[in-house]
Design a protein around this ligand. Structure first.
Ligand SMILES: *Cc1c(COP(=O)(O)O)cnc(C)c1O
Length: 455
């Protein structure tokens, strides 16, 4: 080692990336396009512009430009909480007595408490630039809604959030943070939309799902002049914005001449993972370097590991375009999992393609194992992790323990996407031994997979 590596590697403000990196440009075979559910033809710019802001549609459809400049206004906003530190987990290594070197990129250093602000500010910026009055969205655990309401408050945009009912009830404080930033928050399914009323009548007592909140938010956006819909994960544009995570991580490692062997991230819709791995995957795609890349998902919502690679609806109400992705079926409603941000039935189409091409791996983990890892991490590293992030911790620990057996000093990098202060009900259940590990049966999965659209 040429120089001592600090606990925290900070870049300077000037080193915040000036352009986002678009992995699709380096993919020989591109991810399958979004399809119009009526015609089964690829969605055009005009069709997508009814729902999304125009510049975001351009980014969504851009398979060719590797670098997309980050507007100065967005970079200035990033300066309020970025660059995010890359932390060497010396204390965790010592606790595990592993020869592995573990690093984590910490994205929880902002009030919203997660990486989602990276895309929220970008999407709000383009909405503002288009002269819109406001945006609508869904939120699962509440992190995306919080991030978006912060971004909208900053830019003076109205923000209507449909929040998955189980989270609305479990996380009243999240809701109040959003309202503090001026957003209106409605539990979903609700009776304020046609689709919400339909879902409520078919599944009375449902705790909701991201898929159904998306349908409601889209319905409101399309029917309200001056509004568009924004989504916090899954889409290409979101992965693009999140590439700041990976670009900073890579720059920090390069600064100290460190080469990662394994890159690990939790995967809900795939945005933090897609962002973290972007420059590493880029090198892999161009044949310049090799990395093991691992997606971690909950066993309760195992899109990669037990889902099917097929065209499916992005939402329960089947109003959104079809995306080809690893999916459990848009009618799959996962058991109320405490890692609310990982409850989506599908997965980014870009990551799905990369996984199908064997460019990355995926594992699923049990909820109680995740919380055990989270607690150990909190005790040695100090940061109280979000349950979602703790999926990555769990697998980083597993990989580090494998190194202990083999004596290999691998370099493991994982994404610590956020903090868990609003997840204390889940931590409480874990401490009181009341947490369960619900794993869907094959029959349950088959029930929703059998309803996949025939494309
Ligand atoms: C939303 C969220 C996730 C999962 O979403 P992705 O789009 O898969 O990144 C992970 N961690 C935290 C803290 C989140 O808020």
């Amino acid at each position: 080692m040429s120089q001592e590596i600090p606990y925290k590697i900070y870049l300077s403000e000037a080193e915040i990336p000036k352009a986002w990196y678009n992995m699709r440009a380096d993919m020989k075979e591109k991810p399958a396009p979004l399809l119009n559910p009526g015609t089964l033809k690829p969605m055009t710019k005009e069709e997508l512009s009814v729902v999304f802001c125009e510049e975001l549609v351009d980014q969504e459809l851009d398979n060719d430009n590797a670098y997309i400049p980050i507007p100065e206004e967005i970079r200035n906003f990033y300066k309020m909480y970025r660059p995010a530190p890359l932390i060497r987990a010396y204390c965790l290594e010592e606790k595990l007595k592993t020869p592995a070197k573990i690093y984590y990129k910490f994205e929880g250093n902002n009030t919203s408490g997660s990486h989602k602000l990276n895309s929220a500010i970008a999407q709000a910026y383009y909405a503002k630039k288009q002269g819109l009055k406001g945006v609508t969205t869904e939120t699962g655990a509440g992190q995306w809604g919080t991030a978006l309401s912060m971004a909208c408050a900053y830019l003076g945009l109205d923000c209507k959030v449909y929040m998955v009912k189980v989270s609305y009830e479990q996380k009243p404080f999240r809701r109040e943070v959003m309202r503090t930033y001026g957003a209106s928050v409605t539990p979903s399914p609700s009776d304020t939309t046609q689709i919400g009323r339909k879902i409520l009548s078919e599944f009375p007592g449902t705790t909701g799902s991201l898929g159904c909140a998306i349908s409601e938010a889209v319905e409101v956006a399309v029917n309200t002049p001056g509004y568009r819909y924004v989504l916090g994960s899954v889409l290409n544009q979101v992965l693009l914005h999140q590439s700041v995570i990976g670009l900073e991580t890579k720059a920090a490692l390069d600064k100290y001449g460190v080469k990662a062997d394994i890159v690990i991230g939790c995967a809900g819709g795939g945005s933090n993972l897609g962002g973290l791995i972007a420059p590493f995957m880029g090198e892999k795609l161009r044949g310049e370097a090799d990395y093991r890349i691992i997606a971690v998902e909950p066993q309760s919502c195992p899109s990669f590991t037990r889902g099917r690679y097929a065209y499916d609806f992005c939402d329960t109400g089947m109003v959104c375009p079809l995306a080809k992705m690893y999916t459990l079926g848009s009618s799959f409603i996962p058991a109320p999992n405490h890692a609310g941000g990982l409850r989506y039935h599908g997965m980014s189409s870009t990551l799905s393609k990369l996984y199908d091409d064997k460019m990355m791996e995926a594992v699923s983990v049990k909820q109680t194992d995740v919380f055990r890892a989270a607690e150990m991490f909190a005790r040695v590293e100090g940061i109280l992790p979000a349950p979602e992030s703790s999926h990555a911790i769990k697998v980083a620990v597993d990989e580090a323990l494998k190194c202990k057996e083999t004596g290999e000093a691998k370099t493991i990098v994982f994404g610590l996407t956020g903090t868990g202060y609003f997840d204390m009900v889940a931590y409480e259940k874990f401490h009181d031994n009341k947490m369960t590990d619900y794993i869907p049966t094959d029959e349950e999965l088959e029930a929703s997979l059998s309803k996949l659209p025939k494309v």
